[in-house]
Write a protein that binds this ligand. Structure first.
Ligand SMILES: Nc1ncnc2c1ncn2[C@@H]1O[C@H](COP(=O)(O)OP(=O)(O)OP(=O)(O)O)[C@@H](O)[C@H]1O
Length: 267
């Protein structure tokens, strides 16, 4: 990958929680990069440090060793250029959809006319135009998460960070959300770093999968998903029908099983 295409670089990122005898080594010397306009997935078994790594990129946690740079600048603390969407819905209940999407821009000093224009654009993008004046409590889980996505994108981050964004949703809503995310990427060319432990979700969404092993979290492998390159995927069915899909799913399932180290009797 040409160097100027790299937007985010993680170099030898380590993280140990706790002090003295009571420590947990969550990450050991993890290095990877994300290219501009790429959708990069952090995947691995439970407890391998995916969320910790994403939180370090977000600036919500400091690494114990190594570091992360965005556009060549070392990350220290949270900033607007790195927008985060969590699994739990984070809209303000006393504000309408429109006001929720506008809120962050208001804090960032975006002038009113531009705020309105951007809020409308991103509400349309997440298919909530009819619900712009609704309050979050009247919306479904998927709609609330769409508000969070629109609000984060409206701040025009350089990279969108997503931690299990569809993890709390039922299977059907999850598919729709995944399909919508690919539509968003196609329209806005946003660079995304997304954590999931769902193998199918990872294969459907990813340009690249960074697979972590557990105890401590280390880089196991990076999968480029060549079988998808140049193919237009609108739905899960399109993905499953692609030659190469099953092999890819089998490879990742085997990695996951080896790393989780669980036989069917260990649960
Ligand atoms: N604040 C913390 N204090 C102590 N240990 C922590 C803290 N946060 C995470 N850990 C530990 O670090 C390790 C990695 O946790 P993390 O949540 O990043 O993994 P994960 O891959 O995102 O897991 P999951 O898929 O289950 O969400 C785990 O052993 C976890 O218990």
């Amino acid at each position: 990958m040409p160097l100027d295409d790299v937007i985010l670089t993680a170099t030898n990122v380590s993280k140990t929680f706790g002090k003295k005898t009571n420590t947990v080594e969550a990450l050991r010397e993890v290095s990877f990069s994300v290219a501009r306009n790429e959708l990069c997935i952090l995947l691995g078994p439970s407890g391998c440090g995916k969320s910790t790594l994403l939180n370090i990129v977000a600036g919500l946690e400091d690494p114990s060793g190594g570091g992360v740079s965005l556009e060549g600048k070392r990350i220290h603390g949270p900033a607007r250029e790195r927008g985060m969407v969590f699994q739990s819905y984070t809209s303000f209940p006393w504000l309408t959809v429109f006001e929720n999407v506008e809120y962050g821009m208001k804090l960032n000093g975006v002038p009113k006319a531009e705020r309105r224009e951007r809020a409308e654009k991103f509400i349309d993008l997440v298919h909530l135009t009819r619900f712009r004046d609704a309050y979050p409590k009247t919306l479904s889980g998927g709609m609330k998460q769409r508000v969070a996505i629109a609000r984060t994108l409206a701040n025009e981050p350089d990279i969108l960070l997503m931690d299990e964004p569809f993890g709390a949703l039922d299977a059907e809503t999850r598919w729709h959300m995944q399909e919508m995310l690919l539509e968003i990427v196609e329209t806005t060319h946003t660079t995304i770093l997304l954590v999931t432990h769902d193998i199918q979700e990872a294969i459907f969404l990813a340009d690249k999968i960074v697979f972590l092993s557990a105890n401590p979290g280390r880089l196991k492998t990076i999968l480029e998903l060549d079988f998808k390159k140049g193919k237009e995927l609108k739905s899960k069915e399109d993905l499953i029908a692609l030659p190469g899909y099953l092999e890819c799913e089998r490879e990742i399932t085997a990695l996951m099983r080896a790393e989780a180290g669980k036989s069917k009797d260990d649960y």
